[in-house]
Design a protein. Structure first.
Length: 694
C-alpha cells in the first residue's frame, strides 16, 4: 500500500504525526479515517443575518483594514471585514504574524466561524479564511468534513482543515476505482454503494442522501467483517480443540443437591445448570457467558458446575476480581460444602509464601480440587494436575489478557464459565463475546422484594439520619458509599474520612466499619468480617464493596455524590442490598445542580431495578466505547464508523449474513469467497488472536 508520506501536502514530518497519533501510515488508512461530523457550507450568509447562538456562519467579502491592539501577551489582531453592506470584526490572539503575512485587504475571501458579540459588535474569533477562488478547489462547497485530530497534530499544522486538504485531491485520483472489499452478491442483495463511491462520499458528500448511502455501506462492511472474523475463529476452535468430557453426574454433585443445598434452586438456575451440563458433556470445549442480575444466585451455579468437574476427576478454579470477593466466595463455598469431603483452598496476593508452597504442592499432586482466588491463581508458578474447568466471576473486571492466560494452564483448554452481573446489551455482547454461548438467570430467588430507590438532595440529611436510625433499630445494616477516601481541595465532594467521623458522632450508639482500597488486605478483611457478623451496623466504604459482597441483612445502601458514578456502577452498588427477605432501600444523594445526563441517570435508577434496561440506557447515554467494563479490556475491534448503540439492527443482519456464508463454506476456501479471506487476513495481521480467548 502506498505510503502517505508521498502525498501532496504531507511529507515526512506530518506522516510521522499521522503514524504516531492516529496509526495512519498508508493511503488506505487515511481513506478509512472517516470524518466525525459535517458542516453544511453550501450556503453563504449576509452579515445582517447573524443571530444569537448561531453555531457558525459563512460569508463572502473583503478585509478593509487590520489593527494590532495591545502589547506583548495581551496583544490581539483585529480586522474589519465587510460583505459589502455591513461590517464585522475578525479577531486573533495567536498567530498574528502569520495572519498578517497571509491575508490582504481588498481580496475576495470566504470567512467561516462562530459569531459572537463583544461590546455590542459582532465578531468571529480565529476564523477560517480562504480565497474565494480556491474554495471550490478544496472541495468546500457543500458538506464539509471534520476530522478527529490530537493536540500534537494541531501544533504540527495537522488540523482538520489540513487533513481535508490532503484527502480532497486524493479522492480525485480514486475516480478510476479502488478494489472492492465486499462480494458483489452482498452489494446487490443489500443495495449497497460500492467502495469507491462510498469513500468519495463519506469524505466529500455530493449531498445528504449520498452521504447516508456511503455511511450505510461502510458500517455494514465494518460490522460484517468483525462478525465473520469472530465466527470463523469459533468454527476453527470447535474443529481444533476437543473439550474434556464430564460424562457423569456423580457422588459429589448428587449428595450436595440432595443433602447440602440450603434452598430450592430457582427455575432459571436449573435451566442454566442444564445448559452447562450439556456443554461439558458434548466433547466440545465450553465457553459460556452467564449473565445474571446482582443477587440472582450465580455463585451457587458456579459451585454446582465445579462439582460436575470434581465428580469427573478434574480440578477447578474460581477467579474473582478482588480479595474481598475471593475471600467471601471461599467462606461461602467452604460453608456450603460442609463435610462433603471436597478439598477447597484460597489463593490471593496475601497468601503467605509458606502456605502458598504447600498449596502449589497439593495442586500439583491433584489433592486440591477447588481453588478459589484472585488473579494470583493464574500466575505462572501455579500448576494444576488436571484443570478441567475455570469459572471467572465478574468477568468484566478482568482484562482479556488475564483470561487468555488460563488457556496456557493446560495443553487442552479447560471449560470456561464467565459470569457477569453487568448485563451486556445484546449488540455489544455480539461484538465483544460473539463467540461465547450465553446463559441468562432472569429470575431472582423467591421472597425478594424489589429495592426501593430514592433520589435526595444533600439537604435532606436530617431525615436521612432518622431513617438510618429506624432501620438499624429494627436490626438492619446500612452501607454508605463515598466517591473519595479523603477530602480533596480540587473537588467539592463528600469523602469517606469525614463521613466516617460524621457518622460516628451522629450515631454514637452504633458501631461502624470502614473499608477502602488503601487498607491492607488483612484490615479490609477484618472490617468486612465485623460487618458480615453483624458486630458493626454501619459500613462506610468506597466502591471496593461494589462487586459481589453478600450481606443479606444489610437493607440500606446510601450513595453519596451519586452524580459521580456511572449507571452500571450505581446498579452494582445497589445490588449489595435487597439480598434478604426484608424490604431494602437505595438512596442516591446528589447536589442540586445536575447536568441533564446525570439527572437522566438518577431517573433511570429510581424507575427500574432491571439490569438489562439499565445497561441499554447506559449504552444510549454514553455510547459503547465508554460502557463500563468494556473500556478496560476494550472492544476487540476498533469501530471507526458503526455505532453499537444505534446500529443494532444492522449488526444482526451482518451477523446472520456472516453465519450463512460460514455454514456454506466454513474455511472460506471457495473461489467466490477469496475476497473475504483476503480481507480477514488483512484485519488479523494487526489484531490479537481474539478467537482463542474466552
Ligand atoms: P450473585 O448472582 O449476585 O453473585 P449470589 O450468588 O451472591 O448472587 O446470591 C445472592 C444470595 O442469594 C445469596 O445469599 C445466596 O445464598 C442466595 N440464593 C442463591 N440462590 C438461591 C435460591 N435458589 N433460593 C434462595 N436463595 C438463593
Ligand atoms: Mg456474585
Amino acid at each position: 500500500m502506498q505510503d502517505i508520506k508521498y502525498l501532496p501536502g504531507v511529507g515526512p514530518k506530518k506522516a510521522a504525526l499521522f503514524a504516531s497519533e492516529l496509526g495512519i501510515s498508508s493511503v488506505e488508512d487515511l481513506l478509512r479515517h472517516y470524518p466525525y461530523k459535517y458542516v453544511d457550507r453550501s450556503r453563504f450568509y449576509y452579515l445582517h443575518e447573524i443571530t444569537e447562538n448561531m453555531p457558525y456562519i459563512q460569508v463572502k467579502g473583503q478585509i478593509l483594514k487590520f489593527d494590532k491592539i495591545g502589547e506583548g501577551r495581551n496583544q490581539r489582531l483585529s480586522a474589519i471585514f465587510t460583505d459589502g453592506r455591513e461590517t464585522i470584526d475578525l479577531v486573533w490572539f495567536q498567530g498574528i504574524k502569520y495572519v498578517l503575512e497571509k491575508y490582504k485587504t481588498g481580496v475576495d475571501y470566504v470567512v467561516f466561524g462562530k459569531p459572537t458579540s463583544y461590546n455590542g459588535r459582532h465578531n468571529i474569533l480565529h476564523p477560517e479564511i480562504d480565497p474565494l477562488t480556491q474554495q471550490a478547489a478544496s472541495g468546500q462547497l457543500g458538506l464539509q468534513p471534520f476530522y478527529n485530530t490530537t493536540e500534537k497534530m494541531k501544533s504540527g499544522f495537522l488540523n482538520s482543515k489540513a487533513i481535508q486538504k490532503i484527502i480532497f485531491p486524493l479522492l480525485q485520483t480514486l475516480k478510476n476505482g479502488v478494489p472492492e472489499t465486499l462480494p458483489a452478491i452482498l452489494l446487490k442483495r443489500y443495495a449497497l454503494m460500492n467502495l469507491t463511491e462510498s469513500l468519495i462520499n463519506v469524505h466529500f458528500p455530493k449531498n445528504a442522501h449520498a452521504l447516508n448511502k456511503a455511511r450505510q455501506r461502510l458500517k455494514f462492511e465494518e460490522l460484517f467483517y468483525i462478525q465473520l472474523s469472530i465466527l470463523r475463529q469459533t468454527k476453527w476452535r470447535e474443529q481444533n480443540f476437543r473439550g474434556f468430557i464430564f460424562g457423569q453426574i456423580g457422588h459429589y454433585f448428587n449428595t450436595f443437591y440432595k443433602d447440602y443445598l440450603p434452598f430450592e434452586l430457582t427455575g432459571a438456575q436449573k435451566r442454566v445448570l442444564r445448559e452447562i451440563r450439556t456443554d461439558v458433556g458434548s466433547g466440545k470445549q465450553m465457553n459460556r457467558l452467564l449473565q445474571g442480575d446482582v443477587g440472582s444466585g450465580k455463585t451457587l451455579v458456579a459451585l454446582m458446575s465445579m462439582l460436575m468437574a470434581v465428580d469427573n476427576g478434574f480440578q477447578t478454579a474460581l477467579m474473582a476480581p478482588t480479595e474481598i470477593l475471593a475471600n467471601q466466595h471461599f467462606e461461602t463455598i467452604r460453608g456450603m460444602l460442609g463435610n462433603l469431603g471436597v478439598e477447597v483452598a484460597l489463593l490471593t496476593g496475601s497468601t503467605r509464601s509458606k502456605a502458598r508452597e504447600e498449596l502449589h504442592e497439593r495442586l500439583r499432586n491433584g489433592e486440591l480440587k477447588i481453588l478459589i482466588g484472585t488473579h494470583a491463581l493464574i500466575e505462572d508458578t501455579v500448576q494444576f494436575a488436571n484443570l478441567g474447568m475455570v469459572v471467572i466471576d465478574e468477568q468484566h473486571r478482568f482484562g482479556v489478557e488475564q483470561r487468555s492466560r488460563l488457556w496456557k494452564k493446560n495443553i487442552q483448554p479447560p471449560h470456561i464459565l464467565v459470569m457477569t452481573a453487568t448485563p451486556i446489551p445484546r449488540t455489544l455482547a455480539m461484538t465483544l463475546y460473539g463467540d461465547l454461548s450465553v446463559s441468562v438467570i432472569d429470575e431472582l430467588p423467591p421472597g425478594r422484594k424489589p429495592i426501593q430507590t430514592y433520589h435526595y438532595y444533600q439537604n435532606k440529611r436530617q431525615e436521612l439520619n432518622k431513617f438510618i436510625a429506624k432501620q438499624v433499630n429494627v436490626g438492619r445494616q446500612v452501607y454508605i458509599v463515598y466517591p473519595l477516601i479523603q477530602e480533596s481541595e480540587k473537588m467539592d465532594l463528600q469523602d469517606l474520612e469525614n463521613g466516617y467521623n460524621y457518622i460516628c458522632e451522629t450515631f454514637p450508639q452504633y458501631k461502624v466499619s470502614k473499608v477502602h482500597g488503601k487498607l491492607k488486605a488483612a484490615e479490609k478483611d477484618y472490617q468486612m468480617q465485623k460487618f458480615v457478623s453483624g458486630e458493626t451496623q454501619i459500613m462506610v466504604a468506597t466502591t471496593v464493596i461494589e462487586v459481589g459482597v453478600n450481606v443479606p441483612n444489610a437493607s440500606v445502601m446510601i450513595i453519596e455524590n451519586a452524580e459521580r458514578f456511572g449507571l452500571a456502577q450505581l446498579h452494582q452498588l445497589r445490588g449489595r442490598v435487597g439480598r434478604g427477605a426484608e424490604q431494602s432501600f437505595c438512596i442516591l444523594l446528589t447536589g442540586f445542580k445536575l447536568a441533564s445526563d446525570t439527572r437522566k441517570r438518577m431517573d433511570i435508577m429510581v424507575r427500574t431495578n432491571d439490569g438489562f434496561e439499565i445497561s441499554e440506557a447506559d449504552l444510549q447515554l454514553r455510547g459503547p466505547g465508554d460502557l463500563e467494563g468494556t473500556q478496560q479490556s476494550g472492544l476487540p475491534f476498533e469501530l471507526k464508523i458503526a455505532n453499537l448503540a444505534q446500529d443494532g439492527k444492522m449488526l444482526e443482519i451482518a451477523r446472520r449474513t456472516a453465519m450463512e456464508i460460514l455454514e456454506d463454506d466454513p474455511t472460506l476456501s471457495k473461489q467466490e469467497h477469496n475476497i473475504l479471506s483476503l480481507q480477514l487476513k488483512k484485519m488479523n495481521t494487526n489484531a490479537i488472536n481474539w478467537g482463542v480467548i474466552s
